[in-house]
Design a protein around this ligand. Structure first.
Ligand code: BDP
Length: 705
């Protein structure tokens, strides 16, 4: 009965001038124009579970705000009723059982039958997802008179990985500190945890790894398990399971064992007991995420055991409880002189078929590391007998941290649509991860979260779009980036076409702009050391060869790029299926967006544009800079449609991005010019300073590091 207040807020916020701070994300339930108003007047829930109650609370809140009427529960199933439930809880819905047959555990139907609207599902979780979908339809001004929507997720596990430390710092987080206020839990549970769960549930996310992959063992102590339980209790009604990242050496650090060898029975017994204990706190605990033998983390390799030995031992401990192990494929070793891009494939392909059925290998989108653009990871398609999840970064470690506007759905889409040719043409990464290609039952996608305790959750309004897009794509990888951007812009800002059309175009151009002003033509990992903020193409003094940008671009007086061909280079091209390998092996058939990833190209070589490599490089950097200026101009014209607070913040961020784009362009070109020794093409100014100037720029404190 708090609705009158919401209604009042909705009325007061009817004009764009009303201040908003981004807290509401895409769940803004401002009043819609009368013509779009939903016919729903009463809610008729069926079922008594906390999940049905969650659906009811969201529908009450949402529909009351959107209609300006007080919409609540009534038993009247007549005109204006919104009836929701499952065949087991409602005879009306039982009649829809045939149509529900293909929608699985989490899918839903939304139908209008005369003046009655029905949300039907096979489970209460499906009902909850249907409720959010209905609200979305109202928010985006869909025709509500003859709804007939059926939807079911293509992937089973749709999970956020929070790289949050127990001291509330975040690895690669740019939105303040961790939202998990561990110290106060479990006695104080911030209402924010519920709002977080609502946001996740609204886009279909059904799992969260609470802590950093580079894990601290304390998370497995009773002190922290009580806190984990408290979060799991908050999330459960919203159909979100908790998972934990675990450190391989936990049996030694916590259990006092002398070894963490996976084949040692005492080690296996320790993990089994720990799993049993964990499930007493969280009976529906999801499972473990493991970063092992990677970047200094311990792992089974320390005992000359394989990743399969390690993953299977943990999987056996979780199996009786229904838990899974997500074992990361992000492994590379300093001692290994092999091209870093090849190392994960080399380690995991021989293990194909040797993992338990509750193990998944989790591979990043590309073989190096969440770069602005990478070719798809060669493990996709190469592990026909292994469950494989795709891991993408939502946080923008390598794409401008908090302030740049880089809408990442095109990046995700690019990898999901990439054709591995594993079973002939059409063997897309989507079909690898959704089980269509190899028939694996355990499917999923993980996103490294960008959520922090900033009021707007993600550090900028437009970063919210990446969280949103991740969830929507994990539910349905065939959605287009454009459709998702349209939906998000309408939900988050305005349905006015004069706003939606230009802003969506701006979003769709934004990731390519970052690629162009940072690492065009297949360049990668040119970022400054450690914090990765800003350019550092000259860095050559770090102890691991593959932490140095010079390792990746290999600029010399002859040319630029990493030769990964079989004939003259590292041979990484051969890790792809033959048609893909053949395409990448030849510079003429390699898409120019990935040219320097696979080839060392002479400065004077002619590219498709007719430019030399050097000229094209300059042109691309300048295109990136120009795109940031265009984005600023687009946004400046949006002032009439956006509240002041969000408008001004984004305007300032876009100005920062333009400044940084110039910095990237000037620094990289000043540096590469020392190798090419070629003049700048007509109309493209040389950088205002020599490379020494850019090398001297330093930032001692950058977030997320
Ligand atoms: C890299 C990050 C590092 C992460 C690592 C990982 O720089 O902080 O720990 O990925 O994925 O991109 O494990």
């Amino acid at each position: 009965m708090i609705r009158p207040i919401l209604v009042l807020i909705a009325i007061l916020c009817a004009t764009p001038a009303c201040a908003e701070d981004g807290y509401d994300l895409w769940l803004r339930y401002h009043r819609v124009e009368t013509v779009y108003r939903t016919p729903v007047r009463t809610l008729v829930p069926n079922g008594t579970s906390p999940t049905v109650a969650a659906a009811t609370s969201e529908l009450e809140r949402g529909l009351s705000g959107l209609t300006g009427r007080n919409i609540g529960i009534a038993r009247n199933t007549g005109d204006g009723a919104l009836v929701y439930g499952t065949p087991a809880t409602s005879p009306l819905i039982a009649r829809l059982a045939p149509q529900l047959a293909t929608l699985g555990d989490e899918g839903y139907l939304i139908k209008t039958q005369g003046r009655v609207t029905i949300i039907a599902a096979n489970s209460d979780a499906g009902v909850l997802y249907g409720a959010f979908a209905y609200l979305r339809a109202v928010q985006t001004r869909q025709d509500l008179v003859a709804l007939d929507i059926a939807s079911a997720p293509r992937l089973k596990v749709r999970i956020l990985d929070h790289w949050d430390n127990l001291d509330r710092t975040q690895e690669r987080g740019y939105a303040g500190f961790s939202i998990w206020d561990w110290h106060k839990m479990p006695d104080y549970m911030s209402p924010r945890y519920t709002d977080y769960a609502r946001a996740d549930a609204s886009i279909g996310i059904n799992g969260a790894v609470l802590n950093n992959v580079s894990a601290n063992v304390n998370i497995l102590t009773p002190l922290y398990l009580a806190k984990v339980k408290a979060l799991a209790d908050v999330f459960r009604p919203w159909h979100i399971k908790v998972y934990l990242a675990v450190k391989w050496s936990a049996p030694m650090e916590l259990g006092g064992l002398k070894t963490a060898d996976p084949l040692d029975p005492a080690v296996a017994a320790w993990w089994k007991a720990k799993a049993d204990e964990l499930y007493t706190y969280v009976p529906d605990f999801g499972g473990f995420l493991v970063k092992a033998n990677s970047e200094g983390q311990p792992g089974p390799g320390d005992y000359h055991r394989t990743h399969a030995d390690g993953a299977n031992m943990l999987a056996d401990a979780l199996k009786p409880h229904g838990g899974i192990v997500m074992w990361r494929a992000f492994v590379y070793a300093a001692e290994n002189p092999e091209d870093r891009a090849k190392q994960a494939y080399d380690e995991f392909v021989p293990l194909d078929g040797r993992f338990r059925d509750n193990v998944v290998v989790q591979a990043k989108n590309g073989a190096i590391d969440f770069q602005p653009r990478e070719p798809f990871h060669p493990l996709f398609g190469a592990l026909p007998h292994t469950n494989l999840f795709l891991e993408v970064q939502i946080t923008k470690e390598y794409l401008g941290l908090a302030t740049s506007l880089a809408y990442l759905a095109p990046l995700y889409e690019e990898v999901l649509h990439a054709d591995t040719f594993a079973k002939g043409p059409g063997s897309t990464v989507t079909k690898v991860i959704d089980g269509a290609l190899f028939g694996n039952a355990l499917t999923g996608m993980a996103g490294v979260s960008n959520v922090g305790d900033d009021r707007n959750w993600t550090g900028s309004e437009f970063n919210q779009a990446n969280w949103y897009a991740f969830g929507r794509l994990a539910w349905d990888p065939s959605l287009s980036s454009r459709a998702i951007a349209q939906e998000w812009a309408r939900l988050t800002f305005s349905n006015d076409p004069r706003f939606v059309a230009p802003v969506v175009d701006m979003m769709l151009a934004s990731r390519e702009a970052v690629v162009d002003y940072m690492t065009p033509l297949g360049l990668h990992h040119l970022m400054a050391t450690g914090h990765h903020y800003g350019p550092g193409p000259w860095v050559d003094d770090l102890k691991r060869p593959d932490w140095n940008p010079v390792y990746y671009h290999k600029a010399d007086t002859n040319g630029l790029g990493f030769d990964r061909t079989v004939v003259t280079g590292s041979g990484a091209t051969a890790q792809y299926a033959p048609p893909v390998a053949k395409m990448f092996e030849n510079a003429d058939t390699t898409p120019e967006t990935m040219l320097l990833w696979f080839h060392h190209v002479p400065w004077t070589a002619k590219l498709k544009s007719g430019h030399t490599l050097w000229d094209e490089l300059v042109v691309k950097y300048d295109e990136g800079v120009a795109a940031t200026a265009r984005a600023r101009a687009t946004w400046a014209a949006m002032k009439p449609y956006v509240d002041d607070e969000r408008f001004e913040e984004e305007a300032a961020y876009l100005a920062i991005e333009e400044k940084e784009a110039h910095w990237w362009r000037d620094a990289c070109l000043a540096y590469f010019e020392t190798f090419s020794k070629l003049p700048f093409p007509a109309g493209h100014a040389p950088p205002p300073h020599g490379v020494a100037y850019y090398k001297a720029i330093n930032f001692p404190f950058v977030p997320g590091h």
